[in-house]
Write a protein of this length. Structure first.
Length: 430
């Protein structure tokens, strides 16, 4: 079916080129995925016309009977998937979701403890280039052993006792292992901090019960994107435990009032009108993630990642933590092949295998020419690839890098990848 054709030739041409790029290549960036035709239809629905500032039952505009119902369906779907008391589905993406969560509980100058960026943390977990780093004091923990991915919880506890964070943040953007949320919660409890998890990358795996849910370990706040492994539209959400009340009325700053404190930070403090077409698409994605086949999908994502990691290591790729427990892989291509991550990304792009350059722990190289690449299996699993296909992907990746100076061989690999990829349609083609 694809998407509706545009009547502006130049823009339609670009859209068609992007459709062909996606069909003839394989998306291995772990933060990307392919959405269903229903999600695409929701994004292009008439709900894009509607302003809905406020929350269900508390809007500043009239004509909200359908938007209130849609947002309530999305909220209920998210709560059910993750076992939350409340869900705010209005954040436009993961970064504003984190910002709203921080500002709901903290005052300027308060301390947050998060994962170091080169060890797997996200920009919003305290990198100096972000706006949030100018408001809050961030301190960072690291892996104890990059060969295994083990986090040094003893050091984390000592840092927490010294710096007294008000939020202890568990979460990552390039960490290939699962997290022991119970240990994070133990550290948070010892210093009186809120335990917050950013599950942007693993939300789909957690929703499918393939990986642990931080709420099961007593976390009070969970933020996430709704794309990536959750396979929904590009957007964010905030999940909380606590008492839900009127979002338009101020409440005391207590843990039990976190749902209302966060609602008031999303709107009116940080965002205006929610994108109702996006919220409809989130409701669709949450319903899709509640189906039995989604659990099979999430299990296959992890199985494919483990197999791809094994096949890459067999071909000389040095992987951070020597494998993966989730959907992503981080490879040190400087150590493996003597090229930087930017070069590796560009080489693999040429053959239709899309990855992204990425820093490795304590990387001596700058972010735009880092030592590593990051890749993963959410999108290719959506296309229908299975464990038996992972060896072929590893063969192509290795061959492209080893023959990067041979234009004829690179062109030949690109043709093979394109012929293979077209055998696996996009969800929107069905």
């Amino acid at each position: 079916m694809g998407i509706h054709k545009l009547n502006i030739p130049q823009l339609q041409k670009l859209t068609s080129l992007e459709e062909e790029r996606q069909r003839s290549g394989l998306e291995l960036i772990p933060s990307e995925n392919y959405v269903s035709q229903d999600v695409l239809s929701a994004l292009g629905s008439v709900f894009t016309n509607k302003y809905s500032e406020g929350y269900p039952g508390y809007r500043y505009y009239g004509g909200q009977v359908n938007t209130d119902y849609i947002e309530t369906v999305a909220i209920d779907g998210a709560k059910k998937l993750f076992g939350a008391d409340h869900a705010n589905v209005q954040p436009h993406s993961g970064a504003p979701a984190n910002m709203a969560a921080y500002s709901a509980w903290l005052e300027p100058g308060d301390t947050i403890m998060g994962m170091d960026l080169t060890h797997g943390g996200h920009l919003t977990h305290g990198h100096p280039v972000t706006f949030m780093s100018k408001i809050y004091n961030f301190v960072r923990y690291k892996m104890k052993d990059i060969e295994t991915g083990e986090i040094d919880f003893d050091h984390m506890l000592n840092m927490a006792k010294k710096h007294k964070p008000k939020i202890l943040l568990a979460g990552f953007t390039s960490y290939p292992r699962d997290l022991d949320y119970s240990k994070f919660k133990q550290v948070a409890d010892q210093v009186g901090a809120i335990a917050m998890a950013d599950i942007a990358h693993t939300a789909g795996l957690i929703a499918a019960r393939v990986q642990a849910n931080p709420f099961d370990s007593g976390f009070q706040i969970v933020t996430s994107t709704t794309h990536k492994t959750l396979r929904g539209p590009r957007g964010g959400m905030i999940l909380t435990k606590g008492q839900v009340s009127n979002p338009m009325k101020p409440v005391d700053k207590t843990v039990n009032n976190l749902p209302t404190l966060i609602d008031r930070q999303v709107f009116p403090a940080l965002q205006g009108g929610p994108h109702m077409n996006n919220i409809l698409a989130k409701a669709v994605a949450f319903e899709e993630a509640a189906q039995p086949e989604f659990k099979s999908y999430a299990s296959n994502v992890v199985a494919n990642a483990k197999e791809l990691a094994s096949q890459l290591m067999a071909r000389g790729f040095k992987l951070i933590t020597n494998g993966t427990d989730n959907h992503m892989i981080v490879a040190d291509v400087v150590a493996s092949f003597g090229i930087d991550g930017k070069q590796a990304e560009e080489i693999l792009d040429k053959v239709g295998l899309n990855t992204n350059k990425n820093s490795i722990p304590d990387d001596p190289n700058p972010p735009f020419k880092p030592s590593g690449i990051r890749l993963g299996t959410p999108a290719v699993t959506t296309r229908g690839l299975t464990q038996q296909h992972m060896e072929q992907l590893a063969v192509w990746m290795h061959a492209a890098i080893m023959h990067r100076a041979d234009a004829v061989k690179i062109e030949g690999i690109a043709r093979q990848v394109a012929d293979f990829s077209r055998k696996f349609p996009l969800p929107s083609d069905n």
